[in-house]
Design a protein around this ligand. Structure first.
Ligand SMILES: Nc1ncnc2c1ncn2[C@@H]1O[C@H](COP(=O)(O)OP(=O)(O)O)[C@@H](O)[C@H]1O
Ligand SMILES: [Mg+2]
Length: 299
């Protein structure tokens, strides 16, 4: 059996929606092209716009594992590709020595001492459907790691000097994300399809809240989606992401409310605005003013 990618952009949008992810046409198209052309997809956007989630949902939809490489400051190839289990090698060595046998060095570089990190796991994956390789928050890693990653992506193979070269039998679907705390190099971008994910429109955010928090009253979901959009207009240090909007709707609903009002915003602001300075800014702007802006968006 050979895996074939979805046939249309609509099929992608529908497949994601079936797993509770609402993509606009631009994003669905980017995912479709990435699957069809077998090119890594580079997703950039502010925190909470659904970059990580799309990899999870793709994996659920395609029925293939998601392998996640979370980047961080100082990450290197031993965390990303493979590592030899030094402690176990040493134990093995001691056991041989204790038995009086001679040590054959090759034995130490055996499969069972190899710790497979995400890149090796993804490239070495055996199966019919390609795994989803999520390289999350690449902007947190350094230049050197980025260059290294570029090589791995170009070759779709990994050489372990003491062991073997692993070639991908089925290249992984690669999704890279960045919160854009720094710009990623052109060389890496050139290898990828690029898509900027914006904060959702009011309509899309409302649809997401309805899908993810179905227990929340429809009118309340609309109020909250409108207010979240209005908050993003305030140039906050951390504008709310979609997850915060969902949390906010759930929180207000849990208080037994079916509509949003200034008093309720004041009581629940901590579920959606999580910096003191930002909260002060919201109060300065005025909660009644915010409510008016929210209603305007929702109408
Ligand atoms: N388009 C979407 N459809 C459904 N849920 C979404 C969407 N975008 C974001 N979400 C929700 O917001 C949460 C945060 O998204 P996430 O992917 O973690 O953001 P990012 O990785 O961009 O910071 C997700 O767990 C999901 O519940
Ligand atoms: Mg993320």
């Amino acid at each position: 059996m050979v895996w074939t990618p979805p046939e249309t952009v609509d099929a992608v949008a529908d497949g994601l929606a079936a797993h509770r992810y609402i993509a606009d046409e631009g994003l669905a198209t980017a995912v479709f092209l990435s699957l069809t052309l077998q090119r890594p997809l580079f997703l950039e956007g502010e925190a909470g716009v659904g970059k990580t989630e799309i990899a999870k949902v793709l994996s659920a939809w395609l029925g293939s594992p998601m392998i996640r490489l979370q980047c961080y400051d100082g990450i290197d190839s031993s965390q990303a590709v493979y590592e030899w289990d030094y402690a176990r090698q040493l134990l093995h060595l001691r056991a041989i020595e204790a038995s009086g046998a001679t040590v054959n060095e090759d034995e130490l570089y055996d499969e069972r001492f190899l710790i497979r990190r995400p890149l090796l796991a993804a490239i070495g994956h055996q199966g019919v459907v390609p795994p989803i390789l999520l390289i999350d928050e690449i902007d947190r890693a350094d230049d050197e790691f980025e260059a290294f990653l570029l090589e791995v992506l170009a070759d779709n193979s990994i050489t372990i000097p003491e062991f073997a070269t692993v070639h991908a039998t089925i290249p992984p679907v690669v999704i890279l994300t960045s919160n854009r705390t720094r710009d990623v190099h052109d060389a890496l971008k050139r290898r990828c399809l690029y898509h900027w994910i914006d904060h959702p429109t009011f309509e899309r955010e409302l649809a997401i809240v309805r899908l993810r928090a179905p227990q929340v009253d429809a009118a309340l979901a609309s109020d909250v989606a409108g207010a979240a959009g209005a908050l993003r207009d305030l140039a906050l240090y951390k504008p709310p992401g979609v997850a915060e909007t969902i949390d906010w709707a759930r929180a207000v609903s849990a208080l037994g409310k079916t509509r949003l009002d200034a008093q309720t915003i004041a009581a629940t602001l901590g579920t959606v605005v999580k910096y003191r300075e930002d909260q002060a800014k919201v109060h300065e702007h005025g909660l009644e003013t915010l409510m008016r802006a929210a209603f305007e968006r929702a109408s």
